[in-house]
Design a protein around this ligand. Sequence first.
Ligand code: SF4
Ligand code: SF4
Length: 450
Amino acid sequence: MGKVLLNRLEDLFTEKNKLWANKYPKIWMFLILDIIYYINEFIEKGPIVNMKYRKMGSLDWEVSALGFGCMRLPSRRLNRLRADTESSIKLIKHGVDLGINYIDTAWFYHLGDSEKILGKALKGSYRDKVHLVTKLPIQIVRKTEDFDTYLNRQLKRLKTDYIDGYLFHGLNNGTFNKMKDLGLIEKMEKAKDKGLIKHIGFSFHDTYPVFKEIIDYYDWDIAQIQYNYMDTNFQAKTDGLVYAHSKGIAVVVMEPLKGGRLVNPPAEALEIMRSAKSKKSPVEWALQFLWNRPEVGVVISGMGSMQMVDQNSEIADRSGINTLSEEDEETIIRLAKAYQDKILVPCTACEYCMPCPSGVNIPQNFAILNDAYIDTSKFRSWLTRRGYKNLAGSKGKLDRENPNGNASMCTKCNKCLEKCPQKIAIPDEMEKVHSILGKRGRISDHYKVN
Ligand code: SF4
Ligand code: SF4
C-alpha cells in the first residue's frame, strides 16, 4: 500500500519539477500541498491506485484489469453462507472508487443476498460507473418461461433497468443441451432486443471439447472460464482461452487463485518465490500470470475484505500484457510444478480414458482427491468431500450425457488402463479415492506423503 503512495510522491519530484521549483520557489509550496493531499487521501481512502484498463474481446468496453466477484462478500456473523449488507456495500463501493468497473454476480451467490446487496450498493451514481454482469440460474430453469421470471426478478434485485452482461450460469454438456432444448438463446435475444440485457454470454465448467462445441454454437459476446497457472490444462484449458479470444469473444477469468489455494503455497513453492529475482507475493504471481496474457479480458476475484480489494487493486496497477520477463515465466512454470508435486495422482484431465462404461468421471474424481491433499483446512476438506458426494454413487443417478459417477462405480473392467498417457493405474487409484473420500479414510494410509 505504502509503495503506491511512494511511487506517486516520486512522480511529483521529477528532475523537471525540481528544476522549476528551484527557479520559482512558490512551486515548492504547490508540491508540498500535493504531498499533504496525497497523504490525506491515502489515510482516508486507502491506496492510490492507477487501475489498468483492458480491451474485452470485440466489446467496446474498457474494463478494469480487476473485476469484483461478489460470491465471497463479508458474511453475516450467524450465517456464513449469507452476506452482511452494510460491510458488503462499503466494500463494493470502495472497489468502484479504486477504479473497478466490472462487477460479477449470480442468482445463487450468498443465497440471493449478493444481487440484492449489489442493487443497494450501485443505486444512484455507482450504477453508471460499472459493467454489471449476472447469470441465469439455468440449473433450476424448468421451462422456457422461467427465463422471464428469473430475469425480471434479477432486474428487481439489482434495482436496474438493464444488465450489461447476462450469462448462462456454469454451462456444461447437460445444461448446454437444456439451453438448446428450451430455446433459451432465443429468449436471451428477445431480452436483448427489449434492451433488458446488453450482451450475451456463459460461464463454463466442463471439458475443452464441450467448451469448443459451445463456442462454435453461437456468436457469444462473453465467455467466463476457470483459469490460473495450475489449470492451464483443466476444463476450458489454455486452448479454450486462445480459441474464444480468436473468435473475438471477451474472456472473463474466474478462480484466478484456484479458490484461494494459490494464496497459501506449499513450502516448495514458497522457496521458489523467495529465490526468484523478481519479488512478488503468491497472489501477485498468480494474477500477473493472467494479466500477462493478451487473451484475458478481465480477471474476477471474489473479494471479502478491504485488504483484499486494496491488495488486488495495487497488483492490478502493476499489470500489463507481456510484462512478465522470460525469467518470471520460468518461475511460474516451476511454481506450477511445485504444486503438481503436491498432487497425489498426476492426472492432467486429458480425458483420453473417457468415456468409462460404468459412467465414472475419472478426471473429476482425481481432481477432487488432489484438492483434498493440497489444502487440508477444515472448510476446504468439507468442500472437497461435498464435491465427491455430489457425484453419482448409484446407477440411477448417473447422467448418460455428462459422466458424473464417483469412484465407487468403478467395476475394475480395466478398459481405461491402456488409454492413460500418464500411465496411471486408474482402477487401483479409484479404490483409494473411494476409501479416502467416500469412507473418510486417511490419505497417508494410501499414499506416501510428507
Ligand atoms: S476400470 Fe473402472 S474407471 Fe476404468 S473404465 Fe473400467 S469401470 Fe471405468
Ligand atoms: S487418461 Fe489419465 S491423465 Fe488423462 S484424464 Fe484419464 S486418468 Fe487423467
